[in-house]
Design a protein around this ligand. Sequence first.
Ligand SMILES: Cc1ncc(COP(=O)(O)O)c(C=O)c1O
Length: 429
Amino acid sequence: MSPGKKIIGTVNQKEIVKMYASYVSKYKAGFFESLGLGVVQGERKGLTIKMLEGVNNGESPLEIIDCHTSGGVFNLGHHHPEINKALHEGLENGLDIGDHHLLSEQRALLAKQLADLFPGDISKTMFSVGGGEAIDLAIKLSRAFTKQKKIISANRAYHGVTGFALGACASSFKDPFLWSLPDFKQVPFADIESFRKIIDEKTACVLFETIPATGGILIPPEGYFAEVRELCDDMGVVMIADEVQAGLGRTGQMWGIFGGLYPDEKIVPDIIVLAKGMSSGVYPLSTTSYKPKFEEVFEEDPFLHISTTGGSELGCYVTRKMLDIISQPEFLKHVQTVGSQFGKGLVDLQEKYSEKIVDVRGRGLMWGIELVDEFTSLYFTLTMIKNGVFCDYCGNYKSTNKFLPPLIIQPEDIDVILQRVDKTLEKIG
Ligand SMILES: Cc1ncc(COP(=O)(O)O)c(C=O)c1O
């Protein structure tokens, strides 16, 4: 720490917006300006983000409860003291990114910790920086292992903007880039009949988010993933679970696919992909973890897939601390308790505003409320931010707003969020 040193807020909002428009993106700057919001993030701590300025450049800075958390990046809130301590400790004790060709103590320790937490025999991990890169590797492994090309994903999916991951996304993300390959097939999520029709022996892998987030916080019926697993087994197809948002305790269980959706439905996929929350909000890190059989892909060339900055030793050290915290049974119990309080509160509001809310869906601390139409939903997001809660509409299901608060949230904070949802619903027409 350098007491007295000011880094945040050295330039005022107007200037930042101008610079952003000139040197980063005039469209993004224009979008936020047109909403009349305090748009530049300032100090953040725990659950809250303080904007540099207020609504419509109002006097007091807008302070919002972070229910966006960048999709779970801030699972432990902002600047969790133990995470900050681990980051400093790692740096002060000689860790840096590390050389990616050499073996690494930190990578080995983190991989072992993950193997102990994963279900079944998922026990090997490779490291990347972001989620898209980690999904790319999962698809590469599936193709190299099965020697098949076909990839099946959901038609509202989001898996990242890199090559293979982009191919598995909803068309809205790829059409502008003329991205079309015949081997990437998509089906409606949770529709087992469509899935049955498309899976065959020529399929390399099936890739689903356990709870599609950008796709609208969709909860599949009980038995869906069990049947997907069975069909994959029958046809020798690799099952990949994208747990980038639904993993790491978000559902109140360690893994969404293993008991997080339904307590009795514990599915062991072949590959699990993690990102976002793995960073603890301070050091980007993502992982592709798989059953030992996939290792044969690297038998001839162990350097076939590498990532120079993926699996930074400093990042691994911080992630190990994060896993120590979230894997405690009492931590997961806490997520279950406040999660049901939140879900129940939203369902009560659905009853009160039945003409505005069509559906409430979720698990643990991952909730979506579907509003009557897209316009109402966009207006809801904007009004919620002005009322001090940062939630957002789902990019591929715009009539739904999603809430992913930090997992450390307390019952009294949930009450405040629910009061603000109530106030917002009362206002919007
Ligand atoms: C479910 C899911 N998978 C993968 C990704 C890609 O992660 P990243 O943005 O780190 O590449 C995202 C990002 O939002 C995601 O939500």
